[in-house]
Design a protein around this ligand. Structure first.
Ligand code: B3K
Ligand code: ZN
Length: 869
C-alpha cells in the first residue's frame, strides 16, 4: 500500500532563490536515443543568500554524467531522482562561480511531450511549466532569469534546420556529417521560455518594417508539404505586431520572430522567446480544410502567443501561483485584438458573446466544483493542472474589470506604469494591481478579493418603482457560496454597467460599483416604470439573481441597445422555459422571427441569438441534474423553434449564401454560420425533406465550413446519407491529420439518435481504427475528450457505461501522457451535482481510478479533489 500523501505546494511558502544565474551556455548534441546536454552556468548569490548555502538544482529523468566547478571536477554533491544538491562551493558561494555539467536524455522515449521530445522525426521542446528540468539540472523556476547562448549539434541529413531562441550567431559544418548552429538570446528569461527545434522543416518568411523604422524577419516553420497552409497564420502575426504597437505602444524587441508547427503537442501553443511552438491546429488554415472557427482561433492564438512577448516574457511571473498575471492579461489582450479585427461595433459584440458563452460553459462549472480555485491559487499538487479556464478566462474578466473601472485610457496608463516598473522582472499579481491603482490614483484594495477568492459571485437584484414620486430604487446584494478551503467570502468589487430603459428613452448608461454586501441606488425623475438592463456587456463575471418578468425579458430581447444584453435576455428566456420543460410560446417565437427578419442585425448575432444555452450551463442552474431529462427538454425546445420557423429557415438558407471566392472575414463567416444553423434547424424540423439539401451542400461545398456543417447536420440527425458522406470525407482527407481529427470528433460527439447504435459503441470502434493513436493528443482529444466532455447526453448513461469507458481511458492514457490524462479526468468533476443513478455510477468510476497505485501526480490530484480527499 502506498501511504504517502500527495505533496502540495503553497503560495505563502514562496522563498526567493538563494542563488541566481547570470549567463547560461548550453551545448546540445541531438540524438533521438541519447541526447548529450552540456551546460555552463554562471552562478551568483542572490539577495537572500547566506554563506555556505548549497546549490540545489532540480532534474527529472536525466542520466547524470559529470560536474565541474570553476573548471575542476567536483565531488561534493548528492543526487536523488529529482535533485542535484551541490555542496562545498568556492568561497562558500559568496561570489560568482561556474558550474559545468553533462547529462543525457532520451527524446524518442519521451511520450509526455514535456522537455525534449521527437515528433514525426523532428525535435521539439516544451518547458512550461517545469519541463526544462527534463533537459538538464537547473534552477527551474520563473524567478531565475538568465541570458542564454545555445549551440545545437545534429547530423545535417536528419536535422538540416537548427533553431533556438533569439538571434542566430553562427552556423558551422562539423566532421562526420554533423553541423551546428549557435543562437544568442539577448533578453534574460526564465527556463520555461527556453526552446529548441531541429529537423527537416521549411519556412515562409516575410520582412516587415515596424513604426520605429526597424526591420523584422518573421518566419513560420513547418514540414515542407504544409508550407501552403501558413499564409493566414503569417497575416495574423503581422496584424498582431501592428496592433500591440498601436494599442499598447509595445514593440517587437528581437530581430527575428519564429513560429514552428508541431503535430504532437499537449495544448494550443507556447510563447518561447522568439521561437513560439504551436500545435499544427493553430497554424494550418486553407479554406478547403479549415472552418471559419479554425481561422478565427488561429488568429487569436497567434496573437496570444505574440502578446506574451511583453506580458509573460519581458515581465514574467515570480512563481506559478501568479500564472494569471500573464495568462489572464494575455487572454484579455487577445480578446481585445480579435474584437478590433472584427471591424465593427456589432462584430465586437459577437466576439464578446462568444467569449462569455465559453466562460459560462466551462469556467462557471469549474468555479462551482471540486477543483475551484481563485485566479491566483493558494495551493497545488501539480502545476500543470492549473492551466485552467479560471486562470485564463476568468483571469481575463478580472483584467477587463480594471478597464471598465478605469476607462480605456486609465487602463493604458496602468499598463505603461507596469512596464516602466517591472520590465525584466519576475513579479506578482499584487504588482499589477498596484500599477493600475497608482497610475490612476484609485484605491483598488477591495479589488484584491478577486485574486484570493474562488467561486462565481451571485448578485441579487431588487427593484422598486414609485410612480407617484417618479423614483426608481435598485438594491443589489451580493453573495458567494463556499469553495474548497474557503467557507466564507468577503464582498467582491463588482462593476455593473446598467441602463434604465424607459419609454422616453431618456436615461443613459451608468457604471455602478458594488463593493459592499448590499447597496441601494435611487434614481429620480424617472417618468415611467423602467426595464432594467444590468451587467451590460457582461461588465462583471457574476450570476444574476433577478426575477425579471417574461414581458421585460422579451422587451430586452427585442430592443435592448446593448447587444450583449439583448442576447442575454433571449438566453434567459430559453433557459427558464427549458428548465421548466416548456416549449417556446407564441410570443417568443414571434420575437425570434422578428429578430431573424431584422435587416439591421448581423447574421453572426442572429446565429448566436438562436443558439440555445449548452447543457453544461443548464446543469449549473439545477440542484440535481438529470442529464437525459435536460437533453430531451432542450431538444424538444429546439425542434419547436425549427418547426415554427421552418419558412424563415428555408428563406435564410437561400439568402445567406456566400457566392464568389471564399473570404474568411467576419461578414462572410457570419453568413455561413447563420446559413448552417438554418440547415441544421431544417433537418430538425423535417429530416426526410431537407436531408438531400444537406447532402448536396456536402458534395458541392468549396470550403470546410460548409462541408463540415452539412456533414454534421446529417450525422447529428441520423440521416441515411450520413454514412456515405462520412466515407467520402475520410477518403478525401485521409492524408490530412487535422481534418481526420474532425472526422473522428464529429462521430464521437454525435448525440443519441433514435434507431441508431449508441455513440459509445461507435466510439469503441473508433478507438480501434488504424488511424487512432493514443500518443497523439489531438487524436485523443478528437475521440475520447469529444465523447466524455462534449457529448453529455451520450456520455451520461444510466448504466454507467460512459463512465467505465472514461475510467479505462484515463488509466490507459496516464502512463503515456499525464497532462492529457488529467484533462480527461476532469470530465467527472461535477459528479455530486447529478441525480441518481448517475451520481453513484460516477463515484464508482472515480474510486476505481483512485485505487491505482501508479497514478501520475496530475491525475491523482484531480481524482483526489473530486472525491474530496
Ligand atoms: N503558456 C502556454 C501554456 C503552457 C501550458 C503548460 N502546461 C501557452 C499559453 O498560454 O499561451
Ligand atoms: Zn498564454
Amino acid at each position: 500500500m502506498k501511504t504517502d500523501l500527495p505533496q502540495s505546494f503553497h503560495r505563502l511558502a514562496y522563498r526567493p532563490p538563494v542563488y541566481t544565474f547570470d549567463q547560461v551556455e548550453l551545448d546540445i548534441a541531438l540524438d533521438p536515443a541519447r541526447t548529450i546536454v552540456k551546460s555552463r552556468i554562471e552562478v551568483i548569490p542572490s539577495k537572500s543568500f547566506e554563506p555556505g548555502a548549497p546549490l540545489e538544482l532540480v532534474g527529472h529523468e536525466l542520466e547524470f554524467v559529470s560536474l565541474r566547478i570553476n573548471g575542476q571536477a567536483h565531488r561534493h554533491f548528492e543526487l536523488t531522482p529529482e535533485t542535484l544538491t551541490i555542496h562545498s562551493l568556492p568561497n562558500e558561494g559568496r561570489e560568482k562561480f561556474v558550474v559545468e555539467m553533462i547529462c543525457i536524455c532520451v527524446p524518442e522515449k519521451n511520450t509526455t511531450l514535456m522537455g525534449l521530445y521527437v515528433s514525426n522525426g523532428n525535435f521539439f521542446t516544451q518547458c512550461e511549466a517545469e519541463g526544462f528540468r527534463k533537459i538538464t539540472y537547473f534552477l527551474d523556476r520563473p524567478d531565475v532569469m538568465a541570458r542564454y547562448t545555445v549551440t545545437l549539434r545534429a547530423r545535417e541529413e536528419e536535422c538540416p534546420v537548427l533553431l533556438s531562441n533569439g538571434n542566430l550567431l553562427s552556423a558551422e559544418k562539423l566532421p562526420n556529417g554533423w553541423h551546428s548552429a549557435t543562437w544568442v538570446d539577448p533578453f534574460p528569461k526564465p527556463s520555461y521560455l527556453f526552446a529548441l527545434v531541429a529537423g527537416k522543416l521549411k519556412c515562409i518568411e516575410e520582412t516587415i518594417t515596424i513604426s520605429s523604422g526597424a526591420k523584422k524577419l518573421l518566419q513560420i516553420w513547418v514540414e515542407p508539404h504544409d508550407l501552403k497552409k501558413t499564409r493566414h497564420a503569417m497575416d495574423s502575426l503581422i496584424a498582431s505586431i501592428h496592433w500591440d504597437e498601436k494599442r499598447f505602444g509595445l514593440e517587437l524587441d528581437l530581430e527575428r520572430f519564429m513560429i514552428v508547427a508541431v503535430s504532437d503537442f499537449n495544448m494550443g501553443a507556447m510563447e518561447n522567446k522568439g521561437l513560439n511552438i504551436f500545435n499544427t491546429k493553430f497554424v494550418f488554415a486553407q479554406p478547403e480544410t479549415a472552418t471559419d472557427a479554425d481561422f478565427a482561433n488561429i488568429e487569436s492564438v497567434v496573437a496570444h502567443e505574440y502578446f506574451h512577448n511583453w506580458t509573460g516574457n519581458r515581465v514574467t511571473c515570480q512563481d506559478w501561483f501568479q500564472l494569471s498575471l500573464k495568462e489572464g492579461l494575455t487572454v484579455f489582450r487577445d480578446q481585445e485584438f480579435s474584437a478590433d479585427q472584427m471591424g465593427s461595433e456589432s462584430g465586437r459584440a459577437v466576439k464578446r458573446i462568444e467569449d462569455v458563452r465559453l466562460l459560462r460553459q466551462l469556467q462557471f462549472p469549474e468555479d462551482a466544483g471540486p477543483m475551484a480555485h481563485p485566479i491566483r491559487p493558494d495551493e497545488y499538487q501539480e502545476i500543470n493542472n492549473f492551466y485552467t479556464v479560471t486562470v485564463y478566462e476568468k483571469g481575463s474578466e478580472i483584467v477587463r474589470m480594471y478597464q471598465t473601472l478605469l476607462g480605456k485610457d486609465g487602463f493604458r496608463k496602468g499598463m505603461d506604469l507596469y512596464f516602466q516598473r517591472h520590465d525584466g522582472q519576475a513579479v506578482t499579481c499584487d504588482d499589477f494591481l498596484a500599477a493600475m491603482a497608482d497610475a490612476n490614483g484609485k484605491d483598488l484594495n477591495e479589488f484584491k478579493n478577486w485574486y484570493s477568492q474562488a467561486g462565481t459571485p451571485r448578485v441579487h437584484v431588487q427593484e422598486h418603482y414609485d410612480a407617484v414620486k417618479k423614483q426608481y430604487q435598485l438594491t443589489l446584494t451580493q453573495s458567494c457560496v463556499p469553495s474548497p478551503g474557503q467557507p466564507e467570502k468577503k464582498p467582491f468589487y463588482i462593476p455593473l454597467k446598467i441602463r434604465l430603459l424607459t419609454r422616453s428613452n431618456d436615461q443613459s448608461e451608468q457604471l455602478l460599483e458594488l463593493t459592499q454586501v448590499t447597496q441601494t441606488w435611487t434614481f429620480d425623475n424617472i417618468p415611467d416604470r423602467p426595464v432594467l438592463s444590468i451587467n451590460r456587456n457582461f461588465s462583471a463575471p457574476i450570476n444574476l439573481d433577478f426575477e425579471q418578468s417574461e414581458a421585460d425579458l422579451l422587451a430586452l430581447f427585442s430592443s435592448d441597445d446593448d447587444a450583449f444584453n439583448r442576447w442575454e435576455a433571449g438566453q434567459k428566456l430559453a433557459m427558464q422555459m427549458i428548465l421548466n420543460n416548456r416549449l417556446p410560446d407564441a410570443e417568443l417565437i414571434e420575437a425570434y422571427r422578428n429578430l431573424l427578419l431584422d435587416p439591421e442585425l448581423d447574421p453572426a448575432f442572429k446565429e448566436l441569438a438562436l443558439t440555445l444555452p449548452a447543457d453544461s450551463y443548464l446543469y449549473e442552474q439545477c440542484a440535481s441534474v438529470d442529464p437525459q431529462q435536460i437533453f430531451n427538454a432542450r431538444r424538444a425546445f429546439r425542434r419547436e423553434i425549427a418547426k415554427q420557423l421552418q419558412l424563415e429557415w428555408a428563406a435564410l438558407y437561400q439568402q445567406m449564401q456566400t457566392p464568389g471566392p471564399f473570404k474568411s472575414d467576419g461578414v462572410d463567416a457570419g453568413k455561413r454560420a447563420l446559413k448552417n444553423l438554418a440547415l441544421s434547424m431544417l433537418l430538425d424540423a423535417a429530416p426526410s425533406i431537407w436531408a438531400p439539401m444537406a447532402a448536396n451542400q456536402y458534395h458541392i461545398a468549396d470550403n470546410m465550413t460548409d462541408r463540415y456543417a452539412a456533414l454534421s447536420a446529417l450525422v447529428v440527425h441520423g440521416a441515411k446519407a450520413a454514412k456515405d458522406c462520412l466515407i467520402d470525407f475520410h477518403n478525401r482527407f485521409a492524408n490530412d491529420a487535422l481534418v481526420i481529427d474532425k472526422w473522428f470528433g464529429l462521430q464521437a460527439s454525435r448525440p443519441p439518435v433514435d434507431g441508431l447504435e449508441s455513440t459509445l459503441v461507435e466510439v469503441r470502434k473508433l478507438r480501434e481504427h488504424p488511424a487512432f493513436k493514443l500518443n497523439n493528443p489531438n487524436r485523443v482529444r478528437s475521440v475520447i475528450h469529444s465523447f466524455c466532455a462534449n457529448n453529455p447526453a451520450s456520455f451520461h448513461q444510466a448504466d454507467g457505461s460512459g463512465y467505465e469507458f472514461w475510467a479505462d481511458s484515463v488509466l490507459a492514457l496516464d502512463p503515456i501522457n499525464p497532462q492529457v490524462a488529467a484533462r480527461l479526468a476532469r470530465a467527472l468533476d461535477r459528479w455530486r451535482l447529478f441525480a441518481q443513478p448517475y451520481q453513484d455510477r460516477m463515484k464508482v468510476a472515480l474510486e476505481r481510478v483512485s485505487t491505482y497505485q501508479t497514478l501520475s501526480s496530475d491525475v491523482r490530484e484531480v481524482i483526489g479533489k473530486a472525491l474530496g480527499n
